[in-house]
Design a protein around this ligand. Structure first.
Ligand code: AMP
Length: 292
């Protein structure tokens, strides 16, 4: 496995990969878990060579966020990727990505505006910029992203479409702990007591999804079913709910209650805080099975 922090080496390696061999890239911020490895395995199935990038991208963190404390267990990460048969790990330094004088940023697409875009101003500008730079350095045919970061996947898909970037964006399912918590590098910040309360996110999505399958037509009821489980501010709930919404799965804008919609047009998304840890999760909703 080639490990490089140099963009020129990374590009040379990709370009030297013969044109009939497909290259897949899996962008990550490291601190890898089974969720990341599921993307790597999917990438292995979609391409001949898999490149994983590890870069904790400072431009997608706001000054008050967790950039400094974000875990960086690079040796463990490399050992896991070696075992998965990854061909190259690209792990650039901050200076290689943003050298002194760096000043060019991507203006994100419209789908970046609601939800995370509102709560984390500048986040998707940072995400789009680093992802475009990674795609330039590693001209892969496919990139694998996780549904766990649902809005991010939509943002990247819109960016590659709008900017004519010749890469397919594949979106892989969320991997969960056995009790339902979506795996995340940030879960390690949780105390035992917060870890127990964190299950309110997956419980809220279960409740919402169950109601949708029972053909509940009121969006307000779907959303309040989530809040009933999240119990913001209660001792057994989340400390704060940034949002718990049911929206159009393509635009992430609210759906008018008055127009006709299918549950399968909708996605439920949650961002909630436990102590200083912010967790996100989501679920695509499904209509009840058709009856004849
Ligand atoms: P991160 O390192 O958190 O930036 O995540 C890198 C990629 O892994 C992103 O595409 C995430 O959506 C994806 N990812 C993170 N957690 C999970 C998970 N639990 N299941 C599947 N994919 C995930």
């Amino acid at each position: 496995m080639l490990v490089t922090c140099d963009p020129c080496d990374a590009r040379r390696w990709t370009e030297s990969t013969t044109s009939n061999r497909r290259v897949a890239i899996v962008p990550t911020m490291g601190s890898l878990h089974e969720g990341h490895l599921s993307l790597v395995r999917r990438a292995c199935a979609l391409a001949d060579e898999v490149v994983v990038s590890i870069f904790v991208n400072p431009t997608q963190f706001a000054p008050h966020e967790d950039l400094a404390r974000y875990p960086r267990p690079i040796e463990d990460d490399l050992a896991m990727l070696e075992r998965e048969g990854v061909a190259m790990v690209y792990s650039p330094s901050n200076d290689a990505i943003y050298p002194p004088g760096y000043s060019t940023f991507v203006e994100p697409p419209a789908v970046a505006e609601p939800l995370e875009g509102k709560l984390r101003p500048g986040h998707f500008r940072g995400v789009c910029t680093i992802v475009l730079k990674l795609f330039q350095t590693i001209p892969a045919t496919v990139a694998v992203f996780g549904q766990k970061d649902f809005q991010q996947a939509l943002v990247v898909q819109a960016m590659v479409r709008d900017l004519d970037i010749p890469i397919h964006i594949d979106v892989a399912p969320t991997i969960r702990e056995p009790d339902g918590l979506a795996m995340s590098s940030r879960n390690r910040y949780l105390s035992t007591e917060q870890r127990a309360r964190s299950l309110c996110l997956s419980r809220a999505l279960d409740a919402c999804s169950q109601l949708a399958q029972e053909n509940e037509r009121s969006l307000a009821s779907l959303e309040s079913a989530m809040l009933d489980q999240l119990r913001p501010g209660q001792p057994d709930g989340a400390d704060h709910v940034d949002y718990a919404v049911v929206v159009d799965r393509r635009t992430l804008h609210p759906v008018q209650q008055s127009i006709s919609w299918q549950a399968s047009d909708l996605v439920a998304l949650i961002a909630a805080r436990l102590g200083s840890t912010r967790l996100i999760d989501n679920r695509l909703l499904h209509s009840p099975p058709m009856t004849l």
